[in-house]
Design a protein around this ligand. Structure first.
Ligand code: GLU
Ligand code: MG
Length: 458
């Protein structure tokens, strides 16, 4: 059961833990290629029986797009899988006064002989993290910073970050914080973001797999909280082709097996330790391929354009909110070396919530692993607006514009061998079929219609 971490929703008419009827459903879910959580529900009385065997699942489900049609499946109607719950991710929240009753758990997709299925994104992340530890003695902690739009805010341009904008969000911000807290997430910050109705919520860093689980949980609980207020929260990459995007920014840092921070070295360039430099080097190298996985919607590429504070080049920046990868500043004066190292982290900005957080983090780790395997040096930190450079000057810096469409990003992914080496052929083939079919579904739509489709889907 999820610990009840605070009393700040005390006045809520919450059922005491364990007081659900045992016929109440708990849904076992898998985070999938379409960026959705899908699964099957079982009555809670079946938990013990199904703890090991889980619920049955079908390979072709991973080809269900977020828009209805099923992409051409390599499996058709054939094959069976088990979706086994991992109760460390359980959410059990019954808050009837808030119109919220959430009971779900994330799980792993296994073949019938118990092996991880290649298209299980949670399993892909777990394996990448295992290799990081096995081959390099490193662990990764991460924190996802989410942006989304809340539908029921009296929207007015010019109120970005304003107290007035927070007030106009009504009961939603405080209620969301209470819900996330009750679900066991450690709260960091909430802010009314720049766009009208846009919000940003951040939770504390956690070990890699838990961080991705929490990102999935946070998205669902944000939607559920909004729904309880008769509103909607949309995590679509961009809602208006001329408006501001909703990014998912992934903060991460490396630790040793004992949990000691390993990203910072005061004597190294930019303060980035040798292993962290190699890890970042791998990401910068693979960014033009990775975006097909981390920014996987057709309108994601309306967001990944220069001068929007998102990410448009394969660069590492410092104190630069246009860099795809950023060395984050450490706030505070008079910090001990230990405190400084503990706060030092990096931020991957070229992601959005059309992607499963598990795939985003797996892509980051797999790219970082390549850098570690090859001992890559720290990429040159760019210090100017790359959008203002002529192509020659950009090339001289060894930097390039990221692909400008999902199709171009998939071309890059397919042209190289990194993805298949990192994730295996089965997943990459399923992924490319799924995403090519999605592009096809959108091909007649105007940018406005496209944004509207994704606003509903996410
Ligand atoms: N909304 C911006 C994006 O699309 C990010 C703004 C910021 O938080 O720096 O990524
Ligand atoms: Mg933001």
């Amino acid at each position: 059961m999820t610990p009840n971490r605070s009393q700040n929703a005390e006045s809520q008419n919450a059922r005491p833990q364990g007081a659900r009827p045992d016929t109440d459903l708990i849904m076992v879910c898998t985070p999938d290629i379409a960026g959705q959580l899908r699964g099957k529900a079982m009555p809670r009385r079946a938990i013990e029986r199904r703890r090991e065997i889980g619920v049955g699942w079908t390979p072709t489900n991973v080809m269900i797009t977020a828009f209805g049609p099923i992409a051409p499946s390599p499996w058709g109607a054939l094959g069976d899988l088990m979706l086994r719950p991992d109760f460390s991710s359980e959410v059990d929240l019954a808050l009837p006064d808030w119109g919220l009753d959430e009971s779900f758990v994330l799980g792993d997709l296994l073949t019938l002989d118990g092996a991880p299925w290649e298209c299980c994104l949670r399993g892909q992340l777990a394996r990448a993290l295992e290799r990081l530890e096995r081959d390099h003695g490193l662990r990764l902690i991460a924190s996802f910073e989410h942006e989304f739009h809340y539908s029921d805010a009296e929207a007015q341009p010019g109120l970005g970050y304003a107290l007035r904008a927070l007030r106009r969000l009504g009961a939603f911000p405080n209620r969301l914080m209470a819900v996330l807290d009750r679900a066991g997430l450690e709260l960091d910050t909430f802010m009314p973001e720049y766009g009208p109705g846009q919000c940003e919520v951040t939770v504390a860093p956690q070990p890699g797999l838990r961080a991705a689980d929490e990102a999935s949980i946070l998205r669902e609980l944000t939607r559920a909280t909004a729904r309880g207020l008769g509103a909607r929260a949309s995590f679509a990459p961009i809602l208006d082709p001329n408006g501001v995007g909703n990014g998912v920014h992934v903060h991460f840092s490396l630790q040793d097996r004992e949990g000691r921070p390993l990203s910072h070295d005061p004597a190294a360039p930019e303060g980035v330790s040798k292993p962290a430099a190699a890890f970042l080097g791998g990401i910068v190298r693979r960014l033009p391929e990775m975006v097909a996985l981390t920014a996987p919607g057709v309108p994601s590429y309306l967001r990944l354009t220069p001068n929007r504070w998102s990410a448009a080049f394969n660069n590492l920046g410092s104190q630069d909110r246009e860099a795809s990868l950023r060395i984050c500043p450490v706030f505070g004066t008079g910090l001990s070396a230990e405190q400084h190292a503990g706060r030092f982290n990096f931020e991957y900005r070229a992601a959005d919530a059309a992607a499963s957080p598990h795939l985003v983090l797996a892509a980051i780790v797999n790219a970082g692993l390549e850098g570690l395997d090859e001992g890559l040096p720290l990429p040159t930190v760019t210090t100017q607006n790359l959008a203002e450079l002529e192509p020659d000057a950009l090339a001289a810096l060894g930097r390039e514009r990221l692909p400008t469409s999902l199709a171009a990003a998939l071309d890059r992914l397919e042209a190289g061998t990194w993805a298949t080496r990192a994730f295996g052929e089965v997943l990459v083939e399923a992924y490319r079929r799924h995403k090519r079919a999605e592009i096809d579904l959108m091909k007649e739509l105007s940018p406005e219609e496209l944004c509207a489709r994704y606003a509903l889907a996410y």
